[in-house]
Ligand binder design. Structure first.
Ligand code: NPG
Length: 369
């Protein structure tokens, strides 16, 4: 297949409710989308980066620059035999996993459309639906937290992930556990603790959590290993895992017992599958993280999460959790038993509606030189 040209779109999708992180509040999810003309089909890719580097170093602007000036020209140099082959063309570009993942995703979509095969089948996944969970941000008070958790539980979500930070950790976990004794529950600190402040997390062992996610800064694998040695609850790493090599290092060091896989953070779907395979060979459970994706990224995550090693529910919520309107014709609706369907149509299995793309588009650039 040959990548003829790419149009980069920046869209702004209004969020159903504000998304709060330790660094601020988002009312709109801006996303960089790639529309790739490959042979005679269009492949779509979505870049996970945000406008600001609060989660990882990349931003929409850094991804646009690296795609336009380096990655797209490298991919267009000669025909490709397979979407994952583009990684060898990217090999000389240091970092920028989200930019790389976005272009690889567009090539998977095109490849699937050219061959009439779904992304899930191409990745080797057989499940038709996957159990999913939901992430709940830091709330104003414990009552609001209990109401919010109760509402998601009633909708059918299979597990709940609570965001924690110093000053909002043991108390909310204890309150939720008391109100929902059997709820599959996990917590995520987004690297908000230091080695000293993380001492308090040892008392979370008594609440039967599935896991504690990324308490320490992303570059502190030894700190995570020391903490894991003293915790019964499995630690899970997210921000720290930026490649298959980093996943291997974390497992070898004993820095975690579970991995969160986000295709954007690890440099693409092919890399995500490598981490899945590595984890599976060591009996390490994995689950799929979420980045407030549009219908495109959500479709890709569902295909990935259909692989057999994804034994824990992912942060792949129904579309309505984040967006009243999306850019894909298909919306993902939660079943009563807490699953989402894995798209079965060729490629990503979803269609971008031009009308909606235009409505939410802020900017677009065509790259063919
Ligand atoms: O469901 O798409 C989703 C988002 C889930 O809260 C969610 N993700 O730490 O994984 C995370 C968190 C997040 C994503 C935080 C992006 C900051 C940026």
């Amino acid at each position: 297949m040959y990548l003829k040209r790419v149009t980069l779109h920046i869209i702004a999708l209004p969020l159903v409710r504000p998304f709060r992180t330790a660094q601020g509040v988002l009312h709109t999810r801006r996303l960089l989308l790639l529309e790739a003309e490959v042979d005679d089909v269009i492949g779509w890719g979505e870049c996970a980066a945000f406008e600001t580097p609060f989660y990882t170093a990349e931003t929409i602007e850094t991804a646009r620059h690296v795609l336009r000036d380096f990655l797209i020209p490298a991919a267009r140099r000669a025909p490709l035999e397979h979407p994952a082959q583009v990684q060898t063309r990217f090999g000389w570009v240091r970092g920028h996993p989200m930019a790389k993942a976005a272009l690889e995703m567009a090539l998977w979509d095109a490849w699937g459309k050219l061959r009439g095969v779904s992304l899930a089948s191409m990745l080797g996944a057989a499940r038709k639906e996957v159990p999913v969970g939901v992430a709940v941000g830091v709330q104003e008070d414990l009552n609001t937290l209990l109401e919010t958790v109760g509402a998601y539980r009633a909708r059918g979500y299979r597990r709940v992930k609570l965001k924690i930070k110093p000053g909002w950790d043991v108390q909310p976990v204890a309150a939720v556990r008391r109100a929902f004794p059997h709820l599959p529950l996990q917590v995520d600190a987004n690297a908000a603790y230091t080695r000293e402040s993380a001492e308090g997390l040892l008392s979370l062992d008594e609440y039967g959590l599935l896991l504690i996610e990324q308490p320490l800064p992303e570059d502190d694998l030894p700190g995570h290993a020391r903490l894991q040695a003293r915790l019964q609850t499995p630690l899970c790493l997210d921000e720290s895992i930026t490649s298959p090599a980093q996943a291997r290092a974390a497992l070898e060091l004993g820095a975690c017992r579970v991995l969160n896989i986000k295709p954007g953070r690890v440099g693409g779907l092919s890399r995500a599958v490598e981490i899945h395979d590595l984890s599976r060979s060591r009996d390490v459970p994995v689950w799929c993280g979420g980045m407030l994706e549009s219908g495109l990224g959500r479709a890709a995550n569902l295909a990935l999460a259909a692989l057999p090693g994804f034994t824990l529910p992912g942060d792949i919520s129904a579309t309505e959790r984040y967006y009243r309107e999306d850019i894909t014709a298909e919306r993902f609706v939660l079943s009563a038993d807490g699953t989402l369907p894995v798209p079965a149509a060729p490629g990503l299995g979803v269609h971008v509606e031009r009308r909606l793309l235009q409505r939410f588009c802020m900017q677009h650039d065509m790259i063919d030189g």
